[in-house]
Design a binder for this molecule. Sequence first.
Ligand SMILES: *Cc1c(COP(=O)(O)O)cnc(C)c1O
Length: 443
Amino acid sequence: MDHVDPRRLIPRTNDLLALPAVHEARKRLNERVIRDIIQHVQERARRGELAPGHVEPALVAALAARRATILRPVLNATGVIVHTNLGRAPLSPQALDALVAASGYVDVELDLADGTRSRRGAGARDALLAACSAAEDALVVNNGAAALVLATTALAARREVVVSRGELVEIGAGFRLPDLIESTGAVLHEVGTTNRTHLRDYAGAVGPETGCVLKVHPSNFRVEGFTSAVTLQDLSSLTAANGVPLIADLGSGLLAPDPCLPHEPDAATALADGADLVIASGDKLLGGPQAGLLLGRREIIKRLGRHPLARAVRADKLALAALEATVAGDAPPVVRSLHADVGELRRRTEALASALGVPVVPHDGRVGGGGAPGVPLPGWALRLPEGLAALLRAGEPAVLPRVHDGSCLVDLRCVPEEDDPRVLEAVRRALAALEGAAAGRPG
Ligand SMILES: *Cc1c(COP(=O)(O)O)cnc(C)c1O
């Protein structure tokens, strides 16, 4: 019997390259990427996963699905505002505009008036100082961890960093503050115990070997019960008397107090309480791009800015532009979500619920890894079958719900109101797919 090897029927590269879909894709993708996609589809056919007759349509679909980046926008329906796995803070419209404006050639380090070099990041620095007048100067680096490394390197390399045992936290994904600090060549001088540290513990540790005293705000957990910590105010009398700098790593990044989060530290208060240097992140409660903010005394900021390491951790022009616009612009999405009106949240949630015929339940949002651990933010959620979560995540648009107690909860706190119809459609499609699957029909 005649038996043609089906692999000989797989369309050739040159024929595929001549397809109109490839011509169309060349407007978005370069030749190497297109050829990789063609090769991948042909490979699948060679392995028998695809009939030769299906190569062409599979290629057309693969080209259409290929974006410039594999990152996909996600509607955050978890109620967790600063969600590290979702890139933390969504940018404000002003920050987005600034990002686009800075994407080309831009005067990030040039004085256009006289054509000479200027201070990098002056706009972001000035915006921070205007928003936090307690700071004499500011420096922006790549992220909070980089700010901490720069500060401990410049102030305490080969010397000691005095820090409470209760503050040696893991900041996520296995990264631990003590390891980070020791990687700079500074020696940790731990004082106190996990739950209690007193001023006398610090006083016994500060001496000629001390490079700085560090106070860390554990932004992702809370110790309750028999606890005691020393305030910045008390610490600052000790450090001032001994002539050593006092660093406050706030983690989260409020520049001024927020009435919604009475226990969350802020830069203005920390500096007023006597911290010489404050460290914060740009993409936590500040609601801006990834950045490490260093605010404080002029001579310390100057020392940090001149350290060789400052060049290795400098912020890029996009982050500087977005940070400046965040600080100077309207309340960014993080702040809006934090202050969302609970009645408004209920109205929006009930509108979706009645369109879908599903129940609404009370649901607490959270600030997330970015600060205020344990502080509940009262709100509402759609309660859906647990099996819906995977369908929502895989849908278009992708929606990330919270899975809790056997339910899939959709919380609108972090969803911009104009996206409510998209959430509605996504849930409707997922519910239909789930019912289809239950009835044995293909979803
Ligand atoms: C988040 C955090 C950091 C690290 O900041 P990144 O911007 O994530 O690098 C450092 N210290 C504390 C206390 C934090 O909460």
